[in-house]
Structures are given as C-alpha cells and as structure tokens.
Design a protein around this ligand. Structure first.
Ligand code: CU
Length: 309
C-alpha cells in the first residue's frame, strides 16, 4: 500500500467511524421533547402521557406502555384508515340523512382478523367521533362490540354530505402489547351537500343556556393549557359539572382543511371551577374544538372555532 492509498484508507475509515459514532450518539440522545415534561398525565392512552407534542416525523412512540401512532406526521391523527398494523373497516349499510341508521365497523389487525381485545380508556373501550366535513353535526359516540369484533352504534346523520368518522381506541395485541390509534374513514351520506362556513373564532359558546368559555392561547408545536369554565343558564355561577369519561369534560379539536384529529389531554383534577386541557396545535390554521361536559346526567357539546397563528 503506497502512502497515498494509506492516507485515503485512513480518511475513509475515520469518516465511517465518525458516522457510526454520530449514529450511536444520536440514538443515545434522542431529540429533546419540545413540550413541557411531566404535566397533565392521566394514565389514559388517548389523553395520557403528559403531552403529545412530538417532533415532526417521530412516528410511533411509547405512551405509558402503549404505542401511539401518528397519522399526519405532524401531531394530527385520524388522517389514515390504516396505521400501525390496524385498519378501520366500515361494514354498515349506507346512512341516510334524517333517518335512524346504524354505524358499523371493525378494527382489523395485520392478519385481517377483527380485533376483539381493547383496553378501556376514558371509561370506554372505543370512542367514535362523527362529523360532517364542514365540521358540523359533531357526535361523540360509544359503540358496543359484538363477539365477532363488529362495533355498532345508532346514528342519524343530520344532513347529506361527506362525513368523517374517527375510531379512537387502544387495541391489545396477542402478546399483550397495547397500541393506541386514531383511525379515520369517510362516510358518504347521499344527497345534496351544502357546506356551511366555519363560524367566526370565539372563546365562548352557548349550548342549552349553558355558556362555556376558555382562556389560553394554543401554540404550534408546544403544549399549551386551555382553561374552560361552564356557567349555568340564567347568569348563574359555575355549572355543577359531573365527571364524564373519567374527567370533567372531554375535548376534541379537528383541523379545518384535512380534518386532522388532535389529542387533547385533560388534567385529572379541576383548578377551582376550571377544567384544564393541554393542546398542541400541529400547525397554523383554523380548528373546531368540541367540549363535551355533563350536568344533571346530560352530556352537552360546546363548539368553538380557533385560529392558530
Ligand atoms: Cu368517547
């Protein structure tokens, strides 16, 4: 080996070593999570683990022992019908606007078998959100499962159009591994579709005389607290909120444009009469937030349009 060849060999060898070292160091030191650590953990996978502000492209990750899959790559979920080996398969008949029907579906695993083992999260093994693509007609449903793994729930779509359904669940694999996922599918409700514009942004909303209002400013890529208060009809004080789904409220945010679904994490305890949720906006744009709260055994939903700069 002449001197020039030896020199080249040393340079190449050094580069290989540097790459290997860099790779090893990268693995030992994953990118710091941009969000605050340790807060807002409820122990429930669909709202658990402190925060969901993962760096773009982090993909599947661990969450209190459950693997969570990301549909949008930027923190929004529910954009895919299949993820992490699980596939949402609607199996019901076509729904008709204004007519009592039934939403039916299965979750199938990577061997195309209907999944029948699910972990209970927020008091339920399966959470389903249904909304028309213009973000009207929101419903939060809890279907029941038959022995063959078919989930069903009565559903009467209010209007024709393209609707979106989300299945938010934690499946239990054969080996006991838990995988949390939000899968989404479109549902066509035949008829003329007259989309309604998104209402103007507001921090308060009224439903059946109850007024829900929040403070806080969501940020892109950072988990930020939103504090909600609900006041009783007739200018009364704080409404006597009852626990619903293991918390004093349940919040879902959907992104205008692609209907990306955001995980929102409730604090397990109230802050005075306020219910705090931690929300991470995956990007700028407009979102519709839906707050479910329970008073007197009745669950109501307050909806807010939110602009994230
Ligand atoms: Cu639910």
């Amino acid at each position: 080996m002449d001197r020039e060849t030896l020199r080249l060999a040393l340079v190449v060898g050094g580069l290989v070593l540097a790459v290997l070292l860099g790779f090893g160091l990268g693995r030992l030191n994953p990118p710091a999570n941009p969000a605050r650590a340790g807060a807002a953990s409820t122990g429930a996978p669909d709202s658990a683990g402190g925060d969901h502000a993962h760096a773009p492209g982090t993909g599947a990750h661990s969450h209190d022992g459950a693997t969570v899959t990301q549909g949008g790559g930027d923190g929004a979920t529910g954009l895919s019908i299949s993820s992490a080996g699980y596939t949402l398969v609607p199996t019901g008949p076509v729904l008709t606007a204004g007519r009592a029907g039934e939403l039916r579906f299965q979750i199938r695993d990577d061997r195309r078998r209907a999944v029948t083992r699910f972990a209970v999260v927020h008091d339920k093994p399966m959470h389903v959100i249904v909304v028309r693509r213009d973000l009207t007609g929101y419903r939060h449903l809890h279907p029941t499962m038959s022995a063959d793994g078919t989930w069903s729930v009565p559903l009467t779509p209010s209007d024709p159009g393209a609707w979106r359904m989300y299945a938010d669940f934690t499946a239990v694999a054969d080996d006991g591994r838990q995988v949390a996922a939000v899968l989404g599918a479109d549902l066509a409700v035949p008829g003329g579709y007259a989309p309604r514009p998104l209402p103007a942004p507001a921090t308060s909303a009224t439903v059946d005389g109850f007024t829900a209002a929040y403070t806080g400013t969501p940020e892109v890529g950072r988990s930020a607290p939103l504090r909600f208060r609900v006041t009783a009809p007739g200018g009364g004080g704080a409404a006597p909120l009852e626990p619903y789904l293991g918390a004093y409220g349940h919040l879902v945010a959907l992104r205008e444009g692609d209907l990306g679904y955001l995980h929102v994490h409730p604090e397990p305890v109230r802050d005075g009469d306020a219910v705090t949720f931690w929300l991470t906006a995956p990007g700028p744009g407009r979102y519709r937030m839906f707050l479910d709260f329970q008073v007197g055994g009745v669950v109501r939903t307050a909806a807010f349009t939110l602009t994230v700069a």
